[in-house]
Design a protein around this ligand. Sequence first.
Ligand SMILES: [Zn+2]
Length: 421
Amino acid sequence: MRRNAHAKIIKQMNIGTLLKHIRAQGPISRAELVKTTKLSPTTVSVLVEELLQEGLVAEIGTGESSGGRRPILLEFQPTSRLAIGVDIGVQKTTVALLDLDGNSLITNSYTPDLSNKQVFLQDIVDYTQQILHASKNLEHNILGIGVATPGLLDRDQKNILYSSSLGFTDVPLYDALEQNFSLPIRIDNDMNAAALGEKLMGAGQKISDLIYVSVETGIGAGIIIDNRIYSGASGSAGEFGHTTVEPAGAPCKCGNRGCLGVMAAEPAILSRAIQMLAIGAKTKISTYHKGSPAQITLEPIVLAAKDGDPVALSITNDCLDYLAIGVANLINMFDPAAVILGGSTMEALHPLGLERVRQSVRQRVLPFHGQRTYTIIPSQLKDRVKIVGASTLVFSEFLDYVDVLTTEEDRDRVDDYRIVD
Ligand SMILES: [Zn+2]
């Protein structure tokens, strides 16, 4: 029994190893795979056959001969498995068909109706239906529907219990989809989905422990521990935006004061700029923004800050320093290998924002952490992070099956059990 279990794990690991190599280095021949994976020729031959049958790889012609027959080349087939991703946003909701490389093959976006829960749900169903219809001959490759939504979910991850940004409580999201589609459905908080997206298809590949932090109109985080989303005991971990960073700070919607989201997200930057403009401060912001102070947007502030304007820099740096307090706390608490900074505000402030946070965090983490190899890196998936993340809610189980999630370190640990033939 134990032996069978081991054999199964080893087979999965070897399949995962092959798939990773074909995906990263393909088109590649079986002989080259033997060389790079150090698996035996028989193992490679048997398992490649399985990957061919599964449609995950394809033979795509022949390569250069190094003496004998010209070798047949193998290539990863990202469209062999697909997922429908739903990214529920307040301004824009996106439904897309995505492949195993995170590419959107078909995309549709709309402005959600937040005045009526039934209409809100029906729109999600209708747009998903449209994508399914448009998938045509690819439909049988679809593994499921993954939904990334703002707000708190119930323990079963079926209903949205509460979302302040959507303005809804008790939204039966799972049931609405389940009644209309026979595909598996996975729902998670958008920050968790984003973290998983970066982990599987973005900046966090090969990293087992990471935290994704998003800065936009609010601040949120998704935590990945040991390759898995960490949801907490009641499913609400990652409410990073409501950690207190200034006891006497401005009031937050949650009823508290000085929450990170209030002190460091985009509205905080804007309101500081409005104050400075209102008192007639001499700043380049006014060169880039001619209208009334109340109409200010992020762009002129960022442009002035990038010009080195001291007022603009003090506004952005003050907010980024609050963010850094939060990030340093995360690093001290979780010891992640990477913190990935994303969201439209961080995007607009790049690279100035990333540098400031790195510098400010360096001063705050424990000296021990200072010598560690944590990195603070920008999001790779950028504005696609939530839709790709939604698809990975579905893909992760499949990628798990082919063991793409296992890191090299895990692999070394069980190296003794490898098939040798
Ligand atoms: Zn709060």
